[in-house]
Design a protein around this ligand. Structure first.
Ligand code: 13P
Length: 340
């Protein structure tokens, strides 16, 4: 393992002004997104849609440090035959790959899930590296509800994340370590704080035990935020303050960067929250975005599956990428948002 090279990639992923485009929706998830805009989820439509984003020069060159791809996409060619991976690389962005194989129920633990995909992962990683992937992603899902999460489910998921991360580094691939505490419930922000804290403490313990070099990793967490169904929603200031406070307690300074998931926040909320954290200043790690929905909802709507809307889709994508790029430096303003 060349740790210096891994660290270089990890730092590039969280460079100021830049963040990650999570375009790794599984076939099931992208179908849901396409259903919402009335587009059939065919292989060609998925290709056309993703090609539209990867060819948005301004966004890809200035604000998107890396793209998380789904297995189908990493092997796909653009309409003119150019491999999509080459288009990403030509823009100076780094191709990455989602390598987990989704979740399964944990027997004996109703409502709790474990992420699977460790078997044969070493061989898959070697093929992805050959194809150009320099980082990977594995998402663990921790749900909050009455009586869950259990410490068993947190531990099992964190151990899997650590085993995945060690395999990635052995394959010279930077692991994005993603323990997502869901914001789907009716819990308040303090419950999210407690569950996220327990998860991050366990995660870093497991990463140490697995002998993962933290300098060659990126953390992809949820923000500390109230559940969507909670009647008491927290302000941007409270989300920023509690998220940064928790990370200072739990995320070692050796970690080059933290790239948030958006998790169901609105586009502008995800941007404003990231911006507020960076405005606090004095942070020991890069703090940026690795958004799926909060980067793609607007371009999806603008595109709506029509070739004549590609320019409008690219404009919408470039705008969200720029707004989040500004937020990664604490330089976003509501006025910049409206200027579009
Ligand atoms: P969202 O930003 O839509 O939560 O997706 C990010 C992601 O990659 C989840 O694994």
């Amino acid at each position: 393992m060349d740790l210096e090279a891994l660290n270089k990639v990890a730092r590039a992923m969280v460079a100021p002004g830049k963040g990650i485009l999570a375009a790794d929706e599984s076939s099931g998830t992208i179908k849901k997104r396409f259903d919402a805009i009335g587009v059939e989820s065919t292989e060609d439509n998925r290709r056309d849609y993703r090609e539209m984003m990867f060819r948005t020069a301004a966004a890809m060159q200035n604000n998107i440090s890396g793209v998380i791809l789904y297995d189908e996409t990493i092997w796909q060619n653009a309409k003119d035959g150019t491999p999509l991976v080459k288009i990403i690389e030509a823009a100076g962005s780094i191709p990455g790959i989602k390598v987990d194989e989704g979740t399964q129920a944990i027997p004996g633990y109703p409502g709790e899930l474990i992420t699977v995909g460790l078997d044969k992962l070493a061989a898959r990683l070697a093929k992805y590296y050959e194809q150009g992937a320099r980082f990977a992603k594995w998402r663990a899902v921790i749900d909050i509800s009455s009586g869950i999460p259990t410490s068993y489910a947190i531990a099992a998921n964190c151990q899997a994340l650590a085993r995945y991360a060690a395999l990635c580094q052995a394959a010279q691939i930077v692991p994005i370590v993603e323990p997502e505490v869901l914001m789907d419930g009716d819990h308040d922000i303090d419950r999210c704080y407690d569950v996220t804290k327990a998860t991050l403490i366990k995660l870093y313990q497991e990463l140490y035990d697995a002998r993962v070099a933290l300098e060659g990793t990126v953390l992809k967490p949820n923000m500390v935020i109230a559940g969507k169904k909670c009647p008491k929603q927290a302000s941007t200031a409270e989300i920023a303050e509690k998220t940064v406070k928790l990370f200072k307690q739990t995320v070692p300074v050796a970690v080059p960067g933290i790239a948030f998931l958006s998790g169901g926040q609105s586009d502008e909320q995800a941007t404003a929250n990231l911006d507020a954290m960076n405005k606090l200043g004095g942070l020991p790690w890069g703090l940026t975005f690795s958004y799926g929905r909060a980067l793609q909802a607007a371009p999806q709507k603008a595109w709506s599956g029509k070739a004549e809307n590609v320019t409008a889709g690219q404009k919408a994508f470039a705008h969200r990428a720029l707004m989040n790029g500004l937020a990664s430096k604490g330089e976003w303003t509501a006025a910049a948002e409206k200027a579009a």
